[in-house]
Design a protein around this ligand. Structure first.
Ligand code: NDP
Ligand code: 2IT
Length: 445
């Protein structure tokens, strides 16, 4: 049995009931087989893989808060500090009822390689809660955030662990969390990213994940003598990543015809009007269904099924395992051969294998959504320097970062004889830097 297979079996045995974590580890280990087999002695001697798949630390805590009816509510809170070989732990906080330790371990594990690909000094982490911000008042969200941070503040810091947003955590939540951190510690420091522009935030961070996704998509298309302009695109989700992916795609001359939320999807053959989506989602915190009430050319369909809409390019930007093998087959039958992931692990393993076996141009999330955390690292840099760059400066750095990531993953794929397989390329390129750093620093983590 190969070293990578041994480690996968060990992960399954030692981390029961965590299927998403197993899935993320398996994909990475399958890609790394080529590198590990070529250097097995070196990695085995250091038990490098055993150390790579074990989080350095998991903090798990109780989050009590009082709702608007005066009732005491209790949620679970977590921070998974996965790997600090190349920098302080960095990664988002997710507030969603589905959150559990296994999901945060999958996300923290992915974050290690993603953060490495950005080229910036950030380690991997993730956190969150099973708290559901939907339908809560601003006061309830504030009460929850203050309680969550009261515990989390003991374990984070600008040079230690720097959380940010993810599903259910946007500017409002980061504001409440930051205020409480400052009140508890007395420190005005860059301990969170995604901050408001008047209190230490970076221009372009709001747009960064979605814009970055389309920048790397465009880089890949150019490398294959194609372009984004003129393409028909389906974007799943209608949150932070989806909205700004759609915006940049439109700016580059593509037509976005569908978006969704967890209730259903809208199809607008005239092209989605993003100002209306932003008003529904960012201002009123409403449902995507309302778009069809306002726009005559649009149709709303309840439930899943967004991948049945004909398109040239699919951008899954909602959540993990939202695109399965059947969806992948439907996309191909409708003529779509290009997929770039905005969400973390949105394609199931079967869907990913189908894309790779059928000649899709396929960009995996850990490369294609890295612009968000990459711009967070730029926010940290501006905080340390106590200065701020212009929109154009940050946007140019983001675009350069995404072009560099494309170059790294396509080069790694070529070096290992799997040209065009950006899944393998991303996992190998992300791993190499982290592994070198872990070996150099001795048996400390
Ligand atoms: P948001 O909370 O802003 O939006 C999430 C969107 O996905 C909403 O439209 C939501 O619908 C939908 N969604 C969430 N969970 C589910 C579900 N279980 N089933 C169906 N739809 C769902 O989050 P983001 O846009 O920030 O995050 C989207 C994805 O991108 C996640 O995978 C996240 O990890 C990833 N990501 C985010 C980055 C960032 O900078 N924000 C950076 C890199 C990756 P509804 O409103 O109905 O819940
Ligand atoms: O999945 C991700 O990369 C994020 N949610 C962004 C993390 C960050 O620290 O900006």
């Amino acid at each position: 049995m190969s070293y990578t297979e041994e480690i996968y079996d060990r992960v399954v045995a030692q981390n029961p009931g965590e299927p998403e974590f197993h899935q993320a580890v398996k994909e990475v280990l399958d890609s790394l087989k080529l590198v590990i087999d070529a250097n097995e002695e070196k990695y085995r001697a250091a038990s490098l893989l055993e150390r790579l798949v074990e989080p350095e630390r998991i903090i798990s805590f109780k989050v009590p808060w009082v709702d608007d009816n005066g009732k005491v509510q209790v949620n679970k809170g977590y921070r998974v500090q996965f790997n600090s070989a190349i920098g302080p732990y960095k990664g988002g906080l997710r507030f969603h009822p589905s959150v559990n330790q296994g999901i945060l371990k999958f996300l923290g594990f992915e974050q290690i390689f993603k953060n490495s690909l950005t080229g910036l000094p950030i380690g991997g982490g993730k956190g969150g809660s099973n708290f559901d911000p939907k339908g809560k008042s601003d006061r309830e969200v504030m009460a929850f955030c203050q309680s969550f941070m009261t515990e989390l503040s003991k374990y984070i810091g600008a040079d230690q662990d720097v959380p940010a947003g993810d599903i259910g955590v946007g500017g409002r939540e980061i504001g409440f969390l930051y205020g409480q951190y400052k009140r508890l510690t007395g420190l005005y420091e860059g301990v969170l990213t995604g901050k408001g522009l008047t209190w230490g935030g970076s221009l372009v961070r709001t747009q960064a994940t979605g814009y970055g996704l389309v920048y790397i998509l465009d880089a890949m298309l150019k490398d294959h003598q194609m372009e984004t302009a003129g393409k028909t695109i389906v974007v799943s989700g209608s949150g932070n990543v989806a909205i700004y992916a759609a915006e940049k795609a439109q700016q580059l001359g593509a037509k976005v015809v569908a978006m969704s939320d967890s209730n259903g999807y809208i199809y607008d053959p005239e092209g989605i009007q993003l100002d209306i989506v932003k008003d529904i989602k960012e201002v009123r915190r409403g449902r995507i269904k309302e778009y069809a009430d306002q726009v005559a050319s649009a149709v709303y369909t309840e439930g899943k099924g967004i991948w049945s809409i004909k398109c040239d390019i699919a951008l899954p930007c909602a959540t993990q395992n939202e695109l399965n093998l059947e969806d992948a087959k439907t996309l191909m039958a409708n003529g779509c051969k290009i997929v770039a992931e905005g969400a973390n692990m949105p394609s199931t393993r079967e869907a990913t294998d189908f894309f790779l076996e059928n000649g899709f141009l396929f960009l995996p999330g850990k490369a294609s959504n890295a612009g968000g955390v990459g711009t967070s690292a730029l926010e940290m840099c501006q905080n340390s320097m106590r200065m701020s760059w212009t929109f154009e400066e940050v946007d140019a750095k983001l675009q350069q970062m995404m072009n560099d990531i494309y170059a790294k993953i396509s080069d790694a794929a070529k070096r290992y004889g799997v040209e065009g397989n950006y899944v393998t390329g991303a996992n190998i390129a992300g791993f190499e830097k982290v592994a070198d750093a872990m070996l150099a620093q001795g048996i400390v983590m």
